[in-house]
Design a protein around this ligand. Structure first.
Ligand SMILES: Nc1ncnc2c1ncn2[C@@H]1O[C@H](COP(=O)(O)OP(=O)(O)OP(=O)(O)O)[C@@H](O)[C@H]1O
Ligand SMILES: [Mg+2]
Length: 273
């Protein structure tokens, strides 16, 4: 493992939930863009072979020559892997389907769980002066997600406001606990954010109540509403905060960024869950 000292504190947050389609990528893009708007230099690491975060921020497949795959394997320098986006202060390491083979290829690599940790701690990355690094995880508790958890200070969990939302959480919490025990004792849960919330729907309200009863302060006060502008924005290769700044989705993600910044430093033990 490389030296963990960094010249400037940078918070590394894995956005993870093994359940598919719960809003991980949408949250990574829009939280990242909102942090960037607040003036924080922010890096997104697209750790999903689907490459949705890269597409959503307008990185065309043709310009993804150097990707998370090479960055993870130490085959690419940060300056070659990191690309600017159209949002000031927001940069990205894009992904392609190449990443899907990493799981199997890395099986015999004894550092397989620490590759992203090392890639994000290399001194060359310090030159970029990032304040936040957000990692968009795939919908699986596979080696890529484990790499994200090992490399991160905390895990942010998007929870879709619908039936069965809480079902997969215990498996996710067990994985966090395992990573804590074997590799990253300081890994915290940043928080659980309710996504695609529909205030007129009793089910959304019930999921929120259950989540707050079970997870208490771990649940962000900010709730992300279901909002058509949020789902339209990626097809215009923009975060919603650029595409439709006054939309409910945009306002919510900007509030989430502020809440995240203000919560920073609050110790939340995984053991409490
Ligand atoms: N607040 C919202 N309002 C409306 N649609 C939303 C919202 N959040 C996400 N969506 C839509 O829901 C779908 C799933 O969202 P997203 O891709 O962010 O989930 P994901 O967890 O990253 O999925 P995967 O597990 O496949 O990576 C997308 O079509 C997205 O546009
Ligand atoms: Mg995704």
């Amino acid at each position: 493992m490389s030296d963990t000292t960094r010249s400037k504190p940078c918070r590394i947050i894995a956005v993870a939930n093994q359940k598919g389609g719960v809003g991980k990528t949408t949250t990574t893009i829009n939280l990242g863009a909102s942090l960037a708007k607040l003036g924080y230099r922010t890096l997104l690491v697209d750790l999903d072979p689907q490459g949705n975060a890269s597409t959503g921020l307008g990185i065309s497949p043709a310009s993804r020559e150097v990707t998370t795959y090479e960055f993870l394997l130490g085959d690419a320098r940060p300056m070659d892997a990191i690309q600017p986006t159209d949002v000031d202060n927001l940069e990205i390491v894009p992904a392609t389907t190449d990443l899907s083979s990493a799981d199997i290829e890395l099986m015999n690599n004894e550092k397989r769980s620490f590759l992203l940790f090392d890639a994000l701690r290399q001194p060359l990355l310090d030159d970029f002066g990032f304040d936040y690094i957000l990692i968009d995880c795939p919908p699986s508790l596979n080696l890529l997600t484990v790499n994200a958890m090992v490399a991160s200070d905390s895990v942010l969990v998007p929870l879709q406001s619908e039936f069965f939302a809480l079902e997969g959480l215990s498996q996710l919490m067990l994985t966090i606990r395992d990573v804590r025990q074997v590799a990253n004792p300081k890994l915290r849960i940043e928080g659980v954010v309710l996504t695609m919330y529909d205030a007129r729907n009793n089910l959304s309200q019930q999921v929120e109540q259950d989540a707050r009863d079970n997870l208490q302060d771990l649940v962000f006060k900010t709730v992300i509403p279901r909002n058509v502008r949020v789902s339209e924005a990626p097809s215009f290769a923009m975060p919603v905060i650029e595409y439709e700044p006054t939309s409910k989705g945009s306002i919510a993600y900007r509030a989430l960024a502020k809440e995240l910044v203000s919560r920073q430093g609050a110790e939340t033990s995984v053991g409490a869950v």
